[in-house]
Structures are given as structure tokens and as C-alpha cells.
Design a binder for this molecule. Structure first.
Ligand SMILES: CC(C)(COP(=O)(O)OP(=O)(O)OC[C@H]1O[C@@H](n2cnc3c(N)ncnc32)[C@H](O)[C@@H]1O)[C@@H](O)C(=O)NCCC(=O)NCCS
Ligand SMILES: Nc1ncnc2c1ncn2[C@@H]1O[C@H](COP(=O)(O)OP(=O)(O)OP(=O)(O)O)[C@@H](O)[C@H]1O
Length: 204
């Protein structure tokens, strides 16, 4: 079984995916894979160098994430270009990782922790869509606190994605992460019970 876990930036995907991992899920994290596909010497790194130039790389050859982030969160065309270059590489690697996990354990529950699951029309690749939701004002506050950024920058990052209100409508299951972590744990327990009971049976 393959579950797509999504939400808006800083709504709590990593928090929920950690809780699912503790219960036995196999996590495939798109942000981690996105880092792997641009490591020095990779095809991803050369594609970025061709489009964005040497200025978005550090002297040791690694990607200057801050610099590229400043460009793509402020410029829609640049963001679409980056997505077009990297997403096929990211998706391929996520599918390979999933196949590897399922070969090792056919009954495992694989969770795709993927911020852009809905924007990139990846919902058909998963059996269930779980959206981690918090209200927009709290999203902005948590993002500013976590990344130490100002309101304006937080808003520009949030605007680079479909709004969390809109994403809600794509959910098979909604996790409300606006309360305490203990409250989220309780919802994750219920989610896990549902996934385990449906594993191997009909899709939602
Ligand atoms: C622009 C980059 C270098 C900035 O790196 P940085 O370390 O500052 O951020 P990080 O990778 O941890 O991403 C943080 C969050 O930003 C959001 N985000 C990242 N990329 C994008 C994007 N292309 N469009 C919209 N939101 C994005 C996601 O919510 C993500 O969880 C990096 O995000 C990147 O390589 N993005 C392109 C790959 C991608 O689309 N990743 C998202 C998963 S498919
Ligand atoms: N229930 C909660 N109560 C208080 N703080 C929380 C809660 N859940 C998450 N947070 C905090 O909110 C921030 C965002 O959470 P998290 O990093 O899990 O979001 P994310 O959706 O994975 O973000 P990104 O899209 O950037 O990968 C973190 O600093 C986290 O510690």
C-alpha cells in the first residue's frame, strides 16, 4: 500500500511522517530525495548548472540551497523551470525506493512524504491521500519560527504552493495538526489503524 502524505509548507508533514514511521511505516521523503538528486556530479546538478549558472553552487560544488531558494520562491518561471528539471528525477527515485521497500516486504505501508503531491498531479500514484492541515495564520507563524524568516518571505514561500484550504478538498483523510502534538498523535493512531485494516483490501 502506498500513502501520499502532503500539506502546505510547515503544516506538519515531517511531524506526522515521524509518527507514522514510529508505528512501522516505510517513509519515502521527497525533500530528502530532492537533495540526493542534486548531489555533486549528478545529472540533477548539471541540469541546474545549465539553467541557473555557477552562482547557485558553493565553492565545494554542493548546491547553494539558500541562493536557489531565494530565486525560485520569488520567481514563478524559475520555479517552474526547476520543477520541470528535477521532478522527473525525484519521482523516478521515489518509485525505485518504493519498489525496493515492497520487494523486501510486500505488506509494508509506504508513505510518500511529498509537499507537491497535489500540485504535481501525483495523487494517482498513491492509494490514499492524507493532508496535514493547519489554518493559514498558524502555518505562517510556524514557518517563520522554524526557519527564522520574516512574514514577507514566509508568505512568498506559502504562495509558491496551492493553498492549504484548497488541498484539503483532495484528502481521503485529514489530520488537523493545529492542536498539541498529543492530539496529533491520537489522530495518527486512528489513521494507522485504518491503514493497517485496509492494507491489501480495496482502495478507498
Ligand atoms: C529550492 C531549494 C533548493 C530550497 O532548499 P531549502 O533547503 O531552503 O528547502 P527544502 O528543500 O528543505 O524545502 C522546504 C519546503 O519548501 C517547499 N518547496 C520546495 N521546493 C518547492 C517548489 N519547487 N515549489 C513549491 N514549494 C517548494 C516544500 O514545502 C518543502 O518542504 C529546494 O527546496 C529544492 O531543491 N526544491 C526543488 C525540488 C522540489 O520541488 N522539492 C519539493 C519536493 S518534490
Ligand atoms: N502540533 C504542533 N504543535 C506545535 N508545533 C508544531 C506542531 N506540529 C509541528 N510543529 C512545528 O511546526 C513546524 C513545522 O512542522 P514540520 O517541519 O513537521 O512541517 P512540514 O510540513 O514537514 O514542513 P516542510 O513543508 O517545510 O517540509 C516545526 O517547527 C514543528 O516543530
Amino acid at each position: 500500500m502506498k500513502v501520499g502524505l502532503t500539506g502546505g509548507i510547515a503544516t506538519g508533514k515531517s511531524t506526522v511522517s515521524r509518527m507514522l514511521s514510529e508505528r512501522g511505516a516505510a517513509i519515502v521523503d521527497a525533500d530528502v530525495v530532492a537533495r540526493e538528486v542534486v548531489e555533486p556530479g549528478t545529472e540533477g546538478a548539471s541540469l541546474i548548472r545549465e539553467r541557473f549558472g555557477e552562482g547557485v553552487f558553493l565553492p565545494d560544488g554542493s548546491l547553494d540551497r539558500q541562493s536557489l531558494g531565494r530565486i525560485i520562491f520569488a520567481d514563478k518561471q524559475a520555479r517552474e523551470d526547476l520543477n520541470r528539471l528535477l521532478h522527473p528525477l525525484i519521482i523516478r527515485r521515489m518509485e525505485e525506493e518504493t519498489a525496493r521497500r515492497q520487494a523486501a516486504d510486500p505488506h509494508c505501508i509506504v508513505v510518500w512524504d511529498t509537499p507537491l503531491l497535489i500540485e504535481e498531479s501525483l495523487t494517482d500514484r498513491v492509494d490514499w491521500v492524507v493532508v496535514v492541515y493547519i489554518p493559514i495564520a498558524l502555518q505562517q507563524k510556524r514557518l517563520m519560527e522554524r526557519d527564522g524568516i520574516r512574514a514577507e518571505e514566509a508568505r512568498s514561500r506559502m504562495k509558491a504552493q496551492m493553498s492549504i484550504e484548497e488541498k484539503k478538498s483532495f484528502a481521503d483523510i485529514l489530520i488537523d495538526n493545529s492542536g498539541t502534538l498529543a492530539e496529533t498523535e491520537r489522530q495518527v493512531d486512528a489513521l494507522w489503524q485504518t491503514l493497517v485494516s485496509k492494507n491489501g483490501s480495496a482502495q478507498p
